[in-house]
Design a binder for this molecule. Structure first.
Ligand code: ATP
Ligand code: MG
Length: 419
């Protein structure tokens, strides 16, 4: 009773997802633009169902390619849904554990667990999942385009056997941005008609809760990066070609200072664009992106405050965009070793060349950096349909911060900064 009242009061839904939430087909496949509301909707849908005694015996496995990336995405989304849905009652209805990530509904006994599929060990771990109560009934694969088709087949295999309750059903939900028309997901679920497959399409224009600033950013993208807008603005199948960096890996690693030969910060200033600061470590010719600050519409003093809260060191050199001397001055006045990076014709290209020659590791907490690097592309000449030697100037703020952060390594600390 308490539950129904709180659900009605707190939670809001985007109508476009109504058929998604009512669907009981085995494969529920949601493609959509960035910001269309997919993740929030699926998180709310699962929390609602798993808290409902009618679905007693159901359990949810949440999968992303890299296990740790769940923490700041799916786990955070599900936790936010619990808080919105139950308000002050939340701790009475759901028990949430962070190490390992896990959620248990205290009304139904239903659970949510989180896994990755990035190596053989993790795939084996998925095969041996069992639950104390009920069965594994539902799987949510977030950013499903990161997974191989075989990974989905392994997951699919887990959903079998008799179910303990007639209201239950097996279902895999995939959510993703349609990065490439050649992706196996298109062939497997969209180019066929099958009674077990439900496909869905949504864009940020269908999301009632998206803010004005987001619309403005999308319009800017339409102008600067028409190809990216098709995928991330309209949710249409795109092309995979033209990516600038592919020599990176998202993985968990120790980010403490002594692990590296050297550390730097790179900062790209922004207000309407993101203001991005990356903490970068260097060890044996490899690059480690340890942490990020990534905020919109904050002025310099607010960003400095964030840096203070995060404990950014005042001993480490911070390489900054040279176009904004006033902001650099403010950082210096706050005690940081902020320097403008020397820019010369061709330096962007040279920085990219250098980055390509070094393996880059990204800590899973750097969610915005990961998003950017996955879509940082060369511009395309629409006439000749070929890529040119210049990056698309959109969603490239963490990438600019990364380019600056390496300057001391690439050119030597004193050559890289303006005196
Ligand atoms: N039902 C909802 N109630 C309140 N806010 C919502 C709701 N759905 C979406 N939003 C708002 O819209 C934003 C974007 O939604 P969401 O993150 O679900 O998009 P997405 O489709 O998963 O995007 P991406 O493809 O980039 O992952 C959310 O951060 C939230 O602010
Ligand atoms: Mg999402």
């Amino acid at each position: 009773m308490i539950m129904e009242m709180t659900i009605k009061r707190k939670i809001r839904w985007n109508p476009i997802f109504k058929p998604v939430n009512e669907c009981r087909k085995r494969y529920r496949v949601l493609k959509g633009s960035a910001g269309s509301g997919k993740s929030v909707n699926i998180a709310q849908d699962y929390i609602k169902k798993l808290s409902d005694p009618r679905y007693e015996g159901a359990n949810l496995l949440v999968v992303r390619k890299v296990e740790e990336t769940n923490r700041d995405s799916t786990f955070a989304e599900l936790e936010a849904a619990i808080n919105r849905m139950f308000g002050d009652y939340a701790p009475k209805v759901w028990r949430i554990t962070r190490n390992p990530l896990q959620m248990e509904c205290l009304i139904t006994g239903n659970r949510i667990i989180f896994r990755g599929m990035s190596d053989a060990r993790q795939r084996e771990k998925v095969k041996s999942i069992t639950f104390k109560r009920g069965k594994l009934t539902w799987i949510w694969v977030e950013e499903a385009t990161e997974l191989a088709e075989q990974d989905i087949d392994i997951l699919d295999d887990r959903l079998r056997g008799e179910l303990p309750n007639p209201n239950l059903y097996y279902q895999i939900t995939l959510t993703f941005n349609p990065v490439s028309a050649t992706h196996w997901i298109k062939g497997k679920y969209f180019d066929v008609v099958h009674p077990d497959i439900f496909t869905h399409h949504s864009t940020y224009l269908d999301n009632r809760f998206i803010d004005e600033a987001y619309h403005r950013r999308m319009m800017l993208r339409k102008e600067r990066d028409p190809e990216g807008y098709r995928v991330y603005g309209l949710g249409e199948w795109g092309e995979l070609g033209g990516l600038i960096l592919t020599n990176y890996e998202v993985c968990d690693f120790d980010t403490s200072f002594p692990c590296f030969d050297r550390m730097t910060y790179g900062q790209d200033f922004g207000f309407n664009h993101a203001n991005a600061i990356l903490t970068v470590g260097f060890k044996d010719d490899e690059i480690f992106i340890c942490d990020e600050i990534y905020v919109y519409e904050k002025d310099t003093s607010e960003v400095i405050q964030l840096a203070e809260q995060k404990g950014l060191s005042k001993k480490i050199i911070m390489y900054c965009d040279s176009a904004e001397p006033d902001r650099i001055k403010m950082w210096r006045q706050a005690g940081y070793r902020a320097y403008p990076v020397k820019k010369e014709p061709g330096s962007v290209k040279a920085q990219i060349d250098w980055l390509k020659q070094h393996k880059i590791y990204i800590h899973p907490r750097c969610v915005n950096t990961i998003k950017e690097i996955q879509q940082w592309k060369w511009k395309k000449d629409e006439r000749t349909n070929t890529y040119v030697d210049e990056p698309v100037e959109f969603l490239d703020d963490a990438m600019a911060a990364l380019r600056y952060s390496i300057e001391g390594m690439r050119r030597g600390p004193s050559v890289s900064i303006l005196k």
